[in-house]
Design a protein around this ligand. Structure first.
Ligand code: ADP
Length: 217
């Protein structure tokens, strides 16, 4: 279903969100106070406008209240980011996503009602670090402080074992959500399905349990 999104702040992060939403076929309104930034994205997105994210009247005139999702991607200007978030919540926007710069910024955003607070550099750094330290983990997504999803490359040790034989849920407390083999993705793995060397297993669980499974494979 086509959804409508507004992105305020067209730095590297904001532009990357715009590009992907556009690629996925959604309607995007892109806003920045810098005209050059707006001109650079205007060909790609559905609508674009030069406006200050802290100007309530300008946001209202752009019809921001019709958008269910607004992403505040204003970078270092913490004051503008906070004020813009406050205005959006006052305007009753249901889902306000805000890029936080640091812990204190996060705390303030939380207090004023931001619905989703994101730390792209922190999250990406953690993903890459996991990739760097392990030759088995090919991707990593943190779900919470305790849980994550990892992609683990199956070693020869797992070759020809069925999921039932491996019994990871009982032995490690983790769940194999899907198995990727070359371009094929098995998203409903059955107990009789066999793992082959170099399959990519998409596994969810507590971090320490995932580590035990990773060390075992
Ligand atoms: P990134 O780290 O994602 O590259 P930047 O700090 O480089 O982020 O970019 C932030 C963007 O937000 C810039 O394009 C800047 O012009 C824009 N911006 C800053 N303040 C405002 C504001 N009050 N209203 C709208 N856009 C703003």
């Amino acid at each position: 279903m086509k959804k409508q999104f507004t992105i305020i702040g067209l730095g590297r992060f904001g532009v990357s969100v715009c590009n992907e939403l556009h690629r996925l076929g959604h309607e995007v309104l892109a806003i920045d106070s810098n005209e050059d930034k707006v001109n650079e994205i205007s060909e790609i997105v559905t609508h674009s406008a030069v406006a200050n994210g802290t100007d309530e009247k300008a946001l209202k005139n752009l019809g921001i209240r019709n958008f269910d999702h607004v992403i505040v991607a204003i970078g270092d200007n913490l004051q503008a980011s906070i004020l813009c978030t406050l205005l959006l919540k006052d305007l009753d926007i249901k889902n306000v996503w805000v890029k936080a710069q640091n812990y204190y910024h996060h705390k303030v955003l939380d207090k004023i009602g931001a619905d989703h607070i994101i730390h792209p550099e922190h999250d990406m750094g953690a993903r890459i670090a996991r990739h760097l330290v392990s030759d088995k983990v090919t991707d990593y997504i943190e779900l919470s402080a305790d849980y994550s999803i990892v992609e683990i490359k199956a070693s020869a040790k797992l070759n020809a074992q069925t999921l039932a034989e491996l019994d990871v849920r009982a032995r490690f407390g983790v769940t194999i959500l899907a198995i990727k083999r070359a371009k094929e993705m098995n998203i409903t793995p059955m107990p009789d399905d066999q793992i082959m060397t170099n399959d990519i297993l998409i596994v969810v669980g507590r971090k320490q349990d995932l580590k035990r499974f990773e060390d075992f494979t």
